[in-house]
Design a protein around this ligand. Sequence first.
Ligand code: SF4
Ligand code: SF4
Length: 491
Amino acid sequence: MAECRIIQSPRRLAGGLQRADGKALSLSQPLMQMNPPVLQLALPDTLEDTPLERWSIGDQIEAGQPLFTTQEGITQACPRTATVESVGTGKTLSGSPTPCRLLNLTVVDPDPPRQPSLTPLPANPDGRTLRQRAADAGIVGLGGGGFPAHLKWQHRLHTLIVNGAECEPFLTADEQTMRLRAPAIWDAVVALMSALSLQRCVLVLEDNKPEALAALQAAYPSVLDAQDVCITVIQSQYPSGAERQLIWLALGLEIATTTSPVEHGIVVHNPVTLAALADALHGYPLTDRIVTVTGPSIVTPGTFQTPLGTPIDLLLSQAGGLRPGHHNVFHGGPYTGWPISNTAAGVRATTACLYAAPVVSQTPSPCIRCGACAEVCPVHLQPQQLFAALTHDQLDEALHVGLSQCLECGACDVVCPSNLSLTKTFQDGIQDHQLQQAEKQRADRARTRFEARNQRLLKRSEADETRRAVRRERSGSALDRIRAARAEETH
Ligand code: SF4
Ligand code: SF4
């Protein structure tokens, strides 16, 4: 039987949090299947046309049929055979003031037998074929980033890291996938290593996932025996699953925040993304994902195999609903999640977790300079300094003391005795900086275009002047010749 090398990482994250992880709450139940009667899919803002330009109200769309293709080339397939109910605008998940376009579908058969809608690929597809398939099957980062997988593979790569850390408390979608779909994860690793000519693969797990480790070991394929593949076990500590922290824990390599891992030849994928990629190789586009529904306010926490577009309300009620009282429902986990204001909205590809907790009113008080936030910061920032700069509108000062390096991990919030919204302030500061950068780039581009236009006009006027001079010269010579001829005739 093939065996994968297991390595204990000698490295440990500086700072970070070690808290009770709450994962047992949702893992105590088997994975449950959601079969919603309706779906609501948010359409990307960048789409030029809408599905209603292709379909009319009442038309039937088959499961797996393409709904739309994004600017990045990602095609979203229809999750179930359904009829078009309406297309309109509505509230986003976060309740942002800008409404989004929504496609509402009524499911024809909520529990159909699964059929591939793409042609299954032969074994060992080449890089180009794999990239195209990932785009056609809608494969994006399902860990929460949502970045199109095929775009990462355009770089020259040598190492694949599978991010099975899932370090945030309560989140279990990755762990459930590693327990239940270990063969699919390895299938995707085999395909990626061959298609992208990768030299090594490191699958990283926290040491609180022994069942996932056993499942991965049991499913390890002998075809990888000749390759440089290992499972690296790291200590459970938040935020070990942040991309740069994970790479350092796995390889001992520090990646500066000014560059991305793919520029260093390293591609990081989440186990859920790899399982979806394995399905895509067999002809199944991304239509469903595992969602953890958990938190102290959920009656029966669990993990759910969920079609994209499933209304969040339905998913919450499938988990027994919310306990009596006032609760917040977050998209994501307790540290990095953001509040959902419209629970009628549909699940997205990036919805790894719905976390619900009682509303706690915490009045912020002034910073007491206790230094607790700096102790837990995994990138050695002084969050209290960042906070002071940003609350005094000193963005440049905040950038000077490292704002761009902030992971937005929320660890500082958890320990702050003054209940300050540190991470939210940093997120706003980072967003302001990005807007400024985008504005500067736009202005730079406009200036470059303006200067190029002036150059063109100058060259054109110089060329016109030269032509005029030549014409003058020619007509002057012709006139001279005529005068000379006349003078000769007169003589
Ligand atoms: S933890 Fe809170 S109170 Fe303590 S130094 Fe940091 S910001 Fe100030
Ligand atoms: S949110 Fe930023 S400042 Fe706070 S602990 Fe995380 S990385 Fe450090």
